[in-house]
Design a protein around this ligand. Sequence first.
Ligand code: PHE
Length: 354
Amino acid sequence: MDDLHDRLKAIEQEARKAAKEAAAQSIEAIRQVESRFLGKKGALTQIVRSVGKLPPEQRAEAGRLANDAKRLLTDVFATTRRGREAQAADEERREAAAYDPTLPGPVRPRGGVHPVTAVQWEVADVFERMGFIVETGPEMESEFNNFEALNVPSWHPARDIQDTFWLTNGLLLRTQTSSVQVRAMRKYGPPLRVVVPGRCFRNETVDASHETTFHQFEGFLVDRHISLASLKAFLQLMLREVFKRDVKIRIRPGYFPFVEPGLECDMSCLICGGVGCPTCKHEGWVEMGGSGMIHPNVLKHGGIDPHEYTGFAFGMGLTRLAMMKYGIADIRLINSGDLRGLIPPERLAGPALT
Ligand code: PHE
């Protein structure tokens, strides 16, 4: 009997130790240990079973000892399991309390706007401050607004200069933002100040300096006593605002059917400071665009009396302006999507890419 007592004591000790170790792991580990001792083939279960094979005079005593041990271990495992469960619930509660939904989320890298868009916004902003309305007009335009209203009838050779995407619905993709001139004149009447930023399209073979899609910025002002001097003053003011310094401009005669006289406008190359570089083809000047005094026929198409009113108009490409503003020396970068060359971080107009 002493022998049985010792064996039960040893099993009890072993079980307590194993239960404690399992408690550090998981509820499942505790269950496994429990079945190792109290399961069908468990160490203690086998002892309880063997009691029946003892001589009858020993059975009662042995049975009592074995059942006591069994009750004790059952208790030990139940307590261990409850302890572990309480601990797990506690951890969960602490984790839930540690989560703060009011904390800011992870910071995502932010992009900046494309240089052409940045310049467009800036130029539009300058003109808005000078009382100009920003009109966009449709990209799909009528032949009348894009050509005829602008003094370019169908037989006019100027149509060949602007190779056009004709659409099957009889309309076309506007080749110039000048298409909004007569629209705006009819919409607002004189006097008026309007700028038109927008995409234009020409059916060109794409190469290093030609694209089928490009961005223009148009401006026109119709009022009494408007002259070329007004035009030059507005352009110079715009450049000073956009570049934050005086930029030299050069005006030469140029032909556009919808202005008379017509001018070509250049600005001093800001990549080389005017001494000559590949960007300005070593001329020191880059083309800004065309301009001039609005042709009387255009005013008439817009319902404005050319004897009473005069006006100026200009149309410039935004690509070169963006290149000058952000120091982008190669035009091919503009549509490349290579942000390293396109948006030097220190020149970024929008929020920085991080
Ligand atoms: N629309 C002309 C072009 O695309 C530019 C221009 C605009 C010229 C206004 C004169 C006046 O080339």
